[in-house]
Write a protein that binds this ligand. Structure first.
Ligand code: NDP
Length: 490
């Protein structure tokens, strides 16, 4: 153990030399090349075009993946349409069995899928293993339970499926977002065409195999890979009956414009700039853990990340000191190492975006702190970062950075905390840290955010609805509310 003096006036911190604890990557084998998954089979894309997906931690190519064109998208939509009538006519309890089987297969193959997720996306294995995979399986279990109870969920409203659901997911939680979308859609009797993000297609392609194993009828789940153009083709397709999108506010707005006048129901889960509000009576060490989890979990590639820390002025210095000390213990590196806290940034483009926003923070006068940490030579990395002395007008306090970067602001009174927390175009989540339950409820009443966590952060449960206010989108995923997005009522 060595003791060293940290930068930025932070007290001396002990550093430990950990032995590495790598998860074996042997458990997952990727094919050299993947087609699209249509009608229960993998088919070569009509576009005859492929791209390479790489590991963001090493830049090593992992596999070639189809760049689906308009004809491929239509093929998938047609397959979903053909499958819709028979699938929606299945006895609901039989549909439930299919969902239960998917959940079980996800559990059985969870180690393989977790390694694949970390390889393709760069997230630490402890997160893909302990969060993404268990939650993805839990979503299928949860919605399997609802499949034959829709009449009870919506009494006297005669719930009916919508038809073919077009679903577009981002790269931060590839398999988990797939589960959030596919599980409720199938439980309600819809069929789906899903497009994963360009940089993280592999777990969706492995999920195609999970579907075959779970005996999902051909055409009920279809997967088309490609870039944003593929997503745009899917949204434009005349054969779809529903669109569900998670991603940037900019693309969400473009999709909304595209669907205008077509009468197609839409759910949008977009960006966020969540306030994590710490009152002077909070348990500070516990709050520090919540702050770290809130912003450094998944490298901050989290739409509901607690990226704005609002601290009551009286405890600002003490809390920031504790936070910096805790940050110095975070381990950045190989995503497959079980000790790793912070993995790779998902893509070169995202790293450039984070770098640019961080530079703007310094230029605008905020004070930056990064603990000493060696970044690997290959791949895309960004050290955990905290900015103090941040003004509400700074770009780092207003724009979604989607990286491991925290902006610290202060407040004096609860009213001021609410005012500042709500001073954003987003409204996805918020956190409140205080000893008083009544204050949590008082704050939750006033915060314009879809989710408010009390003395915790980034907690998810399939039974709990999730979604935004304002430019964070509309519609809810999860819980009974999540069913409503895939039903019409007659
Ligand atoms: P996008 O919104 O571009 O990506 C989300 C998904 O939409 C991906 O599957 C993408 O495909 C697809 N897509 C892109 N363009 C279109 C289109 N015109 N029509 C239909 N689908 C489309 O996010 P980015 O990857 O560009 O990230 C940019 C920023 O967005 C991030 O820095 C972050 O701030 C925010 N973001 C927020 C997320 C959230 O969960 N709220 C998730 C991801 C990003 P492809 O990947 O192939 O381009």
């Amino acid at each position: 153990m060595a003791v060293e003096k940290q930068r930025g006036g932070v007290p001396a911190v002990a550093t430990w030399e950990y032995a590495s604890a790598p998860e074996s990557r042997e458990i997952v084998s990727f094919k050299e090349r993947y087609g699209i998954f249509v009608g229960g089979e993998e088919v070569a894309p009509r576009s005859r075009s492929w791209f390479t997906t790489v590991s963001p931690a090493t830049e090593e190519p992992l596999a070639e993946v189809a760049q689906a064109g308009p004809k491929d998208v239509e093929l998938a939509v047609d397959a979903a349409r053909d499958a819709f009538e028979p699938w929606s006519a299945w006895k609901p309890a039989e549909r439930a069995k299919v969902l239960f089987r998917i959940a079980r297969v996800l559990q059985e193959r969870s180690r393989e899928l977790a390694v694949a997720e970390s390889l393709d996306g760069g997230k630490p294995i402890k997160e893909s293993r302990d969060v993404d995979l268990p939650l993805a399986a839990a979503h299928f279990f949860y919605y399997a339970g609802w499949a034959d109870k829709l009449e009870y969920a919506f009494p006297n409203r005669r719930p009916r499926p919508l038809g073919v659901a077009a679903q577009i997911v981002p790269w931060n939680f590839p398999l988990l977002m797939l589960a959030w979308k596919i599980a409720p859609a199938l439980a309600c009797g819809n069929t789906v065409v899903l497009k994963p993000a360009e940089t993280t297609p592999l777990t969706a392609l492995l999920f195609a195999d999970v579907c075959r194993q779970a005996q999902v009828p051909p055409g009920v789940v279809n997967i088309v890979t490609g870039d944003g153009e593929t997503g745009a083709h899917l949204v434009r397709s005349p054969g779809i009956d529903k669109v569900a999108f998670t991603g940037s506010t900019e693309v969400g707005k473009a999709i909304q414009r595209e669907l205008a006048g077509r009468g197609i129901p839409l759910t949008l889960e977009l960006g966020g700039k969540a306030a994590n509000v710490v009152f002077e009576d909070a348990a500070l060490d516990q709050a520090v853990e919540g702050i770290v989890n809130g912003i450094y979990f998944n490298q901050g590639h989290v739409c509901c990340a607690g990226s704005r820390l609002l601290v009551q002025e009286s405890i600002h210095d003490q809390l920031v000191r504790k936070l910096k000390r805790r940050m110095a213990t975070l381990r950045l590196g190989d995503p497959l190492d079980k000790n790793t806290d912070i993995g790779a940034i998902n893509s070169r483009a995202q790293l450039d975006r984070i770098t640019e926003l961080v530079a703007s923070g310094s230029e605008e006068g905020a004070e930056i702190y990064q603990p000493p940490c060696r970044l690997p030579e290959k791949g895309w990395w960004f050290a955990p970062t905290v900015f103090t002395n941040v003004a509400q007008s700074h770009r780092i306090a207003r724009e979604e950075i989607f990286g491991p970067v925290l902006s610290v602001l202060t407040f004096r009174t609860p009213d001021e905390a609410v005012e500042k927390a709500n001073n954003t175009m987003y409204g996805l989540s918020a956190g409140v840290w205080t000893e008083k339950g009544s204050r949590i409820l008082w704050m939750a009443d006033r915060l314009r955010a879809g989710v408010v966590w009390g003395n915790t952060f980034n907690r998810f449960d399939p039974a709990s609805p999730f979604g935004g206010y304002k430019e964070s989108g509309f519609g809810r995923e999860g819980g009974r509310h999540g069913l409503e997005a895939y039903l019409r009522f007659s």
